[in-house]
Design a protein around this ligand. Sequence first.
Ligand SMILES: N[C@@H](CCC(=O)N[C@@H](CS)C(=O)NCC(=O)O)C(=O)O
Length: 218
Amino acid sequence: MTIALYEHPLSSYVQKAKTAFYEKGIAFESKMIDGSDPVASEWATLWPLRRFPVIVADGEFVFEATGIIEYLEARFPQTPRLIPADPRVAAEVRMWDRFFDNYVSYPQGRLVLMAIGREPDDGKGGAAWTSMLETSYALLDQRMADRTWAAGESFSLADCAAAPALLYADWTHPVPERFAAVRAYRGRLLARPSYARALDEARPYRHMFPLGAPTDRD
Ligand SMILES: N[C@@H](CCC(=O)N[C@@H](CS)C(=O)NCC(=O)O)C(=O)O
């Protein structure tokens, strides 16, 4: 099977999907979205909403990072599982996947879009979004106090979502030192070989992170 991944390495949702590819050892062809044709036109035709990642797998189109991971899970059942077979644990994994997208990545993204003027300035430094991040950090800290991974016993879809979400959330609104369990979990995610690979691929583009990427860590 040939899988084309329309991507940019700096994108958090691309990193989420790539972590799954690398966990599973599934090859893909990178279609880098840098504004140039033919890739830019192909992508806009495939997905007029113009969001990435998307894939085309033997002619089949799949969108959303979670959708891509679900697809890989279904098409390559012999590879390491990212969604456990037990339906109750699978539900927990999916629930925490939504947590990282909706309550960590979403507010983090709003803060960046506000900073670069793609969303109106609320005049309060994005207080609603920093507050949401603080709330998410606090409840995640409690959850991770006695856990290695976000849901179930092993690395899962939820951790694929958590890795880039916490990378960029910390760059945007640092995780306070008192949330030691979140900081330790973030460290484990960044050290996971699959995510470390996706992170390394983004290194040449770090200067493009609008709020400024740290140069001495991560
Ligand atoms: N809900 C989508 C989000 C995808 C998304 O927003 N991707 C960003 C990059 S991280 C994007 O395509 N941005 C392009 C733009 O905003 O113009 C998913 O889970 O894949």
